[in-house]
Design a binder for this molecule. Sequence first.
Ligand SMILES: Cc1cc2nc3c(=O)[nH]c(=O)nc-3n(C[C@H](O)[C@H](O)[C@H](O)COP(=O)(O)OP(=O)(O)OC[C@H]3O[C@@H](n4cnc5c(N)ncnc54)[C@H](O)[C@@H]3O)c2cc1C
Length: 660
Amino acid sequence: MINIMYRLLFNQVKKIIPRISETELIALRSGGVDIDRDIFCGKVNINKIIEDTPNKISKNEQLFINSTDILLDHIGQQQMYPNKNIYNTMDYIGKNGYLSMIIDKKYNGNKISIMTQSKIISKICSYNPSLGVVVMVPNSLGPAELLQHYGTEEQKNNYLPRLATGELIPCFGLTGPNNGSDAVGQIDTGIVKKIDGKIKIIIKLNKRYITLAPISNLIGIGFNLQDPDKLLNKEGITVALVEKNHPGLEQLTYHNPNNAGFPNGTVKGEITIDLENIIGGEANAGNGWKMLMECLAVGRGVSLPASSNGASKVATYGIGKYIKHRKQFKIPIGEMEAVKEKYISMFINTWIINSSVHYTNHILDKNKTPSVITAIMKQQTTERSRVILNHAMDIYAGSGICTGDNNFLTAFYNSSPVGITVEGSNTLTRGLIIFGQGLNKSHPHIYNLFNSIMTNNITDFKVNINMMVKDSIQNYLQSYKFKNKNVIKQLELLTMKFSSLSNFVAILGGKIKSKQMISGNMADILSNIYLAYSLIWYHNNYTSKDLDKIRDYCIEYLLQDSYVKYNLIVDNYDNLMIRNILKPTKYIISSSNLSSINNLYNIVKDNKEIENILTTDIYYKNTVIEKLERLDNLEKNKDNNEDYSKLYNDIISVFEYKIN
Ligand SMILES: Cc1cc2nc3c(=O)[nH]c(=O)nc-3n(C[C@H](O)[C@H](O)[C@H](O)COP(=O)(O)OP(=O)(O)OC[C@H]3O[C@@H](n4cnc5c(N)ncnc54)[C@H](O)[C@@H]3O)c2cc1C
């Protein structure tokens, strides 16, 4: 009788599990898990977080971080492209080790820890975002990363040392007019053909949006390999490398991505390549998607979050100083609540980005590859950074809109949508990937359950479904607990409630793929929980006890957002019976205390420890921010009224272009 019940359940679950394509399956299987597994289990061990201390940055790596100032002084804030100096710049940054931060020393690279890489990228992006992109791309998913993991020894020896010095400038092209978010759906095809007795691949290329393509001389390409004559007996997504001037290859046009000033363009033409051009050779024909997904698991957790951190810190630090001095109605605009409200939102989001960047770097430096966490980081940091820059622009007002010397925001504002769009567009990452992959990857039972169904293994199914039901009941009962005043206890309760709610949402099965508003809000709760734990870790390792109240404000901010979303999901659950089961677990939401914004502003304003944190890993020499710092000092000395007024007037002036 019991066996019949299990069989019925097995068939029922089989019906609701989504149909998963090979490409989706590979994406789901790539990468590993970390604290995301604990969150899905409903219990994160705070002691474990507290005991998990970061490695010290080595002396050499610290020297490298410091020497980035020399690089930035040398290159300045000029846009990288179009710019006739671009090849000199590439040569300079290559020779100084900035293009090989992921390449092993064995191949003349300058491989450094993730934490150091992140700090360097953050610093460069805080001063010259277009240079940031140029440095970031060779150190992210592309030829160097793929070669190191999958290249033949011959390919590694041939390309990596030249990539390390900047002699070879890489780019990697997947995207075309018909394959954007669906990166390999209708990608260019490559047909296997025998030509003069040798097996070759003929590829028709039509790539767009490819970063560094206009200046690249080592082009990575992704294509769909087709083998109609069964010469290789392998098909599917394949990645290969071709050098500039390869017969038929066209690098003729470039795009202008929002005047952000970095090289981006097209790769087109019809080319014929050998099997040796495939990264890893013939053995890797058809393995491209797996190769890309495995590398992406780490890549998107580092560079884009680091650049968001740099931009956010510089905007928050600069605007924090500006609102202390800029006066309207005879008072500093920072004293006006409407301005304060925006500034505090900037501050909190910057603090969250900075803490989570540090925590994630630490996880990745332990050689973990948590794909759900890196997707969270990509989406959350780029999105929060955009919120910060929008507020910054509103506060800086006319000075932020008109370009010129005193405008320190335009470059970040223009670059912000790039991070939002690339490496898995945020709308798709939030609506589909974070929670969907979380259920399949981070959830303790669902993947095993799925596997038991795929392999028709009823014994495994029984074990997994029993565990899942047991956990679900336990977590559901726990989620009835009342809110405690302590924010960390509240976070623990939210973790439990999220875990319970995700089991109910999982019942939607394949429908989750189309219920992207539910999935997106679940993703936000999951992300908020991760970010909140990262704040605990960060404060434990990097701040004095005095700043614990900042940690608590930030966690509270994440909790409030999560409560609203938790209730939204419960109220919109399709099935009435389940909705009624969930309703008693809803949050009773009390109004935020508006005076806390005034309190937080008073804590943040002029706090030296906070200033030190905001100014670490950013660079702003000879910018208006340095002038604002001087203004701070002049203000303290009342004898310098005249100097103060002179500098104030200089700072609030806006660049004037001559009319010809
Ligand atoms: C400046 C820049 C640099 C780039 N650099 C590179 C590079 O070096 N190499 C490279 O190969 N590519 C690069 N890209 C391409 C980038 O990866 C794509 O732009 C991105 O994948 C989105 O594709 P799309 O612009 O065609 O948007 P579309 O795919 O048309 O998407 C439009 C909107 O629909 C949403 N959407 C699509 N599908 C779904 C779904 N299933 N569920 C929910 N929402 C969905 C998207 O999130 C987006 O909001 C770059 C792009 C830009 C703009």
